[in-house]
Design a protein around this ligand. Structure first.
Ligand code: BEZ
Ligand code: FE
Length: 314
C-alpha cells in the first residue's frame, strides 16, 4: 500500500472482487473517453489526472457527503476569487502543488556554479513597480528595519551577467504588502538593474513573518487541519536576463523559527541567508544617516541557461 497507509486505513483491501471489477471498469471507460484527444499532451495530462483522481477516491473510499463537501469547498474557493484575490493559487500553494510544479520545471543546473534555486511566486508581485538606481531604496516609506542587500548576478560558468533586471518585493513589518492596503500606495517593491560587472545592491526592509490571506476557504482548511497560515520571513526576487532562465525566488532569514513550517513549503536551505545585525551608529557604505540599527545580507544570484527546463515526457 502507499505511504498514506501510515496515516489512514484505506479500505480497498476489503473490497469484494466484484466491486473492484465495477470500479476498475469505470476507470478504463473514462480513460478510453480521452483516447481520441488530438493533442497528445492534453491526452496524457487528462488520462493521468483521471487515473490519480480515481485512485484517491478509491484509496480513501470517499463518501458522498465528503464529495459534496469537496464541491462546496471548491465552489467557495471560486466565489472568493477575483482580480485581486486568487484563492485557487493559494490552495495550490498550501497543498505544495505550486512548489512541486516549480521543482519539476527548475531542475538543478550546475556548471562551475550551481544555479540559484527557485521558489513560489506568490500573489503579491506587481508588473510596473518603480525603477530605483543600483544602491537605491525599495522601501518607499514602508515601516520596518532597514536592510542592505548586495550581491552579484552570474551565469553557471561564473561570468557576470551585466544589466540583469532584478525585481524585488516584500511585506512591511506589519506583515502587509502595499497592495493589501486600499490607499494605492507603492512601497516595499521596485526594480533595478545589475551593473556592467553583474553587481547589484539596494536598501530594503529586514523581512518579518506574516500570514497568507486566511479569511477564506483555504484559511478554514488550514484551521480544520491544525495548520498555521504563517510564512517564514522572506524577500522576493525575480531576475531576468537575455539567454538565461528567469529566476523567481526568495531569500529567507537564518534563525527564523518558521523556516521548518512555512505554510507554502517555499523554504530551500540554499536560500536561507544571514541577515547580520548592525548596531545603531554603524556607518553605512553610502553614508546614510540611520538613527536605529539595521541589517545587511548578501545574495549572489546564479542564473541557469535558458532552455534548461525539462521537456515533456511522453
Ligand atoms: C507570498 O510570499 O507572498 C505568498 C506566497 C504564497 C501564498 C501567499 C503569499
Ligand atoms: Fe511573500
Amino acid at each position: 500500500m502507499s505511504s498514506t497507509a501510515d496515516t489512514h486505513q484505506p479500505a480497498t483491501g476489503q473490497v469484494a472482487a466484484e466491486q473492484t471489477a465495477v470500479e476498475e471498469n469505470l476507470i478504463a471507460t473514462v480513460l478510453a473517453s480521452f483516447d481520441n484527444t488530438p493533442d497528445p499532451r492534453l491526452k496524457q495530462v487528462m488520462q493521468s489526472l483521471v487515473a490519480h483522481l480515481h485512485a484517491f477516491i478509491r484509496d480513501v473510499r470517499l463518501t458522498e457527503a465528503e464529495w459534496n463537501k469537496a464541491i462546496e469547498f471548491l465552489t467557495a474557493v471560486g466565489h472568493i476569487t477575483d482580480d485581486r484575490r486568487q484563492e485557487f493559487i493559494l490552495l495550490s500553494d498550501v497543498l505544495g502543488a505550486s512548489m512541486q510544479t516549480i521543482n519539476v520545471n527548475n531542475p538543478t543546473c550546475t556548471g562551475s556554479a550551481v544555479a540559484t534555486e527557485a521558489t513560489v511566486f506568490g500573489p503579491f508581485f506587481v508588473d510596473d513597480a518603480p525603477e530605483i538606481p543600483n544602491g537605491g531604496d525599495i522601501a518607499g516609506g514602508a515601516p520596518g528595519q532597514p536592510c542592505w542587500i548586495e550581491g552579484t548576478v552570474t551565469d553557471t560558468e561564473g561570468n557576470p551577467v551585466p544589466n540583469a533586471r532584478i525585481e524585488v518585493w516584500e511585506a512591511d513589518e506589519d506583515g502587509f504588502y502595499d497592495v493589501q492596503y486600499d490607499d494605492n500606495r507603492v512601497a516595499g517593491r521596485a526594480h533595478l538593474f545589475a551593473d556592467e560587472d553583474g553587481k547589484y545592491s539596494f536598501w530594503g526592509l529586514t523581512p518579518t513573518p506574516y500570514p497568507i490571506p486566511h479569511d477564506g476557504p483555504v484559511g478554514r482548511m488550514l484551521e480544520a487541519t491544525g495548520r498555521s497560515p504563517m510564512r517564514a520571513s522572506h524577500l522576493h526576487f525575480m531576475v531576468t536576463a537575455e539567454g538565461l532562465r528567469t529566476l523567481v525566488t526568495h531569500i529567507f532569514v537564518r534563525g527564523d523559527e518558521l523556516l521548518k513550517s512555512d505554510t507554502v513549503f517555499g523554504v530551500k536551505e540554499s536560500l536561507v541567508k544571514d541577515f547580520v545585525q548592525q548596531p545603531a551608529g554603524t556607518p553605512t557604505q553610502d553614508g546614510r544617516a540611520l538613527a536605529s540599527g539595521w541589517t545587511r545580507a548578501r545574495f549572489d544570484i546564479v542564473l541557469a541557461p535558458a532552455g534548461a527546463e525539462p521537456a515533456h515526457a511522453g
